[in-house]
Design a protein around this ligand. Structure first.
Ligand code: GAP
Length: 451
C-alpha cells in the first residue's frame, strides 16, 4: 500500500525539472525571476488540462462557444473594464537595509494589528502607493502616449467586447457562454511559489450570459460544475474547498465570488474564481464604445443587458494542483518509488512500449507495436537502459500503462500490461490492445491515493 509522504513544493519543482516538465526560463543566462518554460511532458500535460476544459465547456454541452481574442486590445478596453483605474495593489518599500518591495495587504494579513515593518530586515516601510499590475507597451515605432497599449491582464475582456459578434454570428441567446484559453500578464509585486503566481500565465475563462433574474442560480450551478471538473479528473475531494469572498475582498465588478481552493503545499490557495459579475462589463463597454450590448428578447418584446457568471481558472495553477495531488512516494521491494498518479486522461503519455531486452527481435517487435498503438493513444517507445529504470521513468511522468515485449511475445503475440498504480502485470494479446487502452481512457477514474 502506498505510503503518502508530506509533499513539499521543492519535491514538485525537482520532479518537474528532472523529468522535463518545467524549467527555469532563461536558465543559461542565470534565469529570469519567477518565469518558467514548459518542456516536452509539461506541454503534453498542459495541453491535456486545456483539452479537458474545452471538453467540459464545448463537447459535453451545447450552450457555449469558443473565442480566441487578441492579447493587445484597444487601450479604451482597459479604461472601460476599470483595470486602468483599479487593477492595482498597494505597494510599500522597505526604507531599511534590504529595500524590498511588499504588498501592504499581504503584510496586513500576516500582522492584523499594530505597526507594519519589513518582514526581512525589520526596517520602516514607505507610505503605500497604488501600483498598476498591467504591463505597458507601445504599438508601432513611436513611443508616445497615443501609442501606449497593454498586455491583457485577463482574457475575460476579449470575450465581453465580442458579445455582439457572437450574438450575431453564433446565433445564441441567453443563457449562453463564451469560452477562451490564453495567456495573461500581470506585473505581480510578489510572484512566487513556482508556477503558482507568475507574471505571465495562462487562463481558462468562460463568461456565461444569463437573464438578470437567473444569475444567482447559474452562479450556484457553475460552482458545482467546476468543483466536479476537478474531482472527475482525480483531485481528492478533501483537498478542495469553495470559499466565499467577504465584502472587502470582492473585485470592483463582482457582487459575489467564491474561490475554488486547493490545499497546496503552501496551504489553502485559490485555484479558480467563480464570480457573479452582474451587468458591469457589458454596461461599461456599451458606455465607452457607444455600441448597444444587450439582448432583444422576442417573446418578452424587450431588450435587456444580460448578467454574467464567470468561472475563471488558471492553466498553470491547475497543472500544479494536478501534479501535487498525483505525486506519491512508496516503497516497493525495499526501494523508493516516486510515481505521478495522474488521471489517465491527463497523463502526458498513456502507454510506454518497452522491449524487455535489446536483442532477440524484441526491439523490432516492440517498435512495430508502438507504431500501431500510437494511432489510438499517445504512446512512447523506449529501449534504453534496464527495464526497472525505464519503468521508474514512466512512473515519474505518470504513464498509466507499461506494455512489455518479452520472449513469450515472440512466440505467442502476447505482452505484459503493467498498471502504474497497482503494479499488477497481466498477460494480454497484442490484438485488440489499442481498443483496450482507448476504452480504459473513457472509464471513470478514482485516485488510488483515496485508498
Ligand atoms: N477574469 C477574472 C480573473 O482574471 P482572477 O481570480 O484574477 O480572475 C483567475 O484570475 C485565475 O487565473 C486565478 O484563479 C488563477 O488560477 C489564475 N491566475 C491569476 N493570477 C495568476 C498569476 N499571477 N499566476 C498564475 N495564475 C494566475
Amino acid at each position: 500500500m502506498a505510503e503518502t509522504q508530506e509533499i513539499t513544493l521543492d519535491d514538485i519543482v525537482a520532479l518537474c525539472k528532472r523529468r522535463g516538465f518545467i524549467f527555469q526560463a532563461s536558465e543559461i543566462y542565470g534565469g529570469i525571476a519567477n518565469t518558467y518554460d514548459y518542456g516536452h511532458y509539461g506541454v503534453l500535460l498542459k495541453n491535456n488540462v486545456k483539452d479537458e476544459w474545452w471538453r467540459a465547456m464545448l463537447q459535453e454541452r451545447d450552450d457555449i462557444v469558443a473565442i480566441d481574442s487578441a492579447i493587445i486590445q484597444h487601450p479604451r478596453v482597459w479604461e472601460a473594464s476599470g483595470h486602468l483605474e483599479g487593477f492595482t495593489d498597494p505597494l510599500v518599500q522597505c526604507l531599511g537595509e534590504c529595500k524590498r518591495r511588499w504588498r501592504e495587504d499581504d503584510l496586513r494579513e500576516r500582522r492584523p494589528e499594530g505597526e507594519l515593518r519589513c518582514p526581512v530586515c525589520g526596517g520602516d516601510l514607505s507610505e503605500p502607493r497604488r501600483f498598476n499590475l498591467m504591463f505597458e507597451t507601445y504599438m508601432g515605432p513611436v513611443q508616445d502616449e497615443a501609442a501606449r497599449t497593454y498586455l491583457r491582464p485577463e482574457t475575460a475582456q476579449g470575450i465581453f467586447i465580442n458579445f455582439k459578434n457572437v450574438l450575431q454570428f453564433a446565433r445564441r441567446k441567453p443563457p449562453f457562454g463564451i469560452a477562451q484559453i490564453g495567456k495573461s500578464f500581470r506585473n505581480e509585486i510578489t510572484p512566487g511559489n513556482f508556477v503558482f503566481r507568475t507574471r505571465e500565465f495562462e487562463q481558462m475563462e468562460m463568461e456565461f450570459f444569463v437573464p438578470p433574474g437567473d444569475a444567482t442560480e447559474w452562479h450556484r450551478r457553475w460552482m458545482e460544475e467546476r468543483m466536479r471538473w476537478y474531482t472527475d479528473l482525480g483531485i481528492r475531494p478533501d483537498m478542495l474547498r469553495l470559499r466565499e469572498h467577504g465584502p472587502e475582498e470582492l473585485s470592483h465588478y463582482s457582487s459575489a465570488t467564491s474561490d475554488v481552493e486547493y490545499l497546496f503545499p503552501i496551504g489553502w490557495s485559490e485555484l479558480e474564481g467563480i464570480a457573479n459579475r452582474g451587468d458591469f462589463d457589458l454596461t461599461q463597454h456599451a458606455k465607452f464604445s457607444g455600441e448597444k450590448l444587450e439582448y432583444f428578447d422576442q417573446e418578452m418584446g424587450e431588450a435587456y443587458v444580460p448578467h454574467v457568471v464567470e468561472p475563471a481558472a488558471g492553466v498553470d495553477r491547475s497543472l500544479l494542483a494536478f501534479v501535487v495531488d498525483a505525486y506519491d512516494v512508496e516503497e516497493v521491494e525495499g526501494r523508493k518509488r516516486t510515481v505521478l498518479r495522474l488521471h489517465p486522461r491527463l497523463a502526458p503519455v498513456k502507454a510506454a512500449v518497452l522491449p524487455l531486452v535489446s536483442k532477440a527481435g524484441m526491439p523490432e517487435k516492440a517498435r512495430a507495436l508502438y507504431e500501431e498503438l500510437r494511432d489510438r493513444v499517445p504512446a512512447e517507445y523506449d529501449e534504453g537502459g534496464s527495464i526497472g529504470r525505464r519503468y521508474r521513468r514512466q512512473d515519474e511522468i505518470g504513464t498509466p500503462w507499461g506494455v512489455t515485449v518479452d520472449g513469450q511475445t515472440m512466440e505467442d503475440d502476447t505482452v505484459t500490461l503493467r498498471d502504474r498504480d497497482s503494479l499488477e502485470q497481466v498477460r494480454v494479446p497484442i490484438a485488440g490492445l489499442g481498443d483496450e487502452l482507448a476504452g480504459r481512457l473513457e472509464q471513470p477514474w478514482r485516485s488510488p491515493k483515496l485508498g
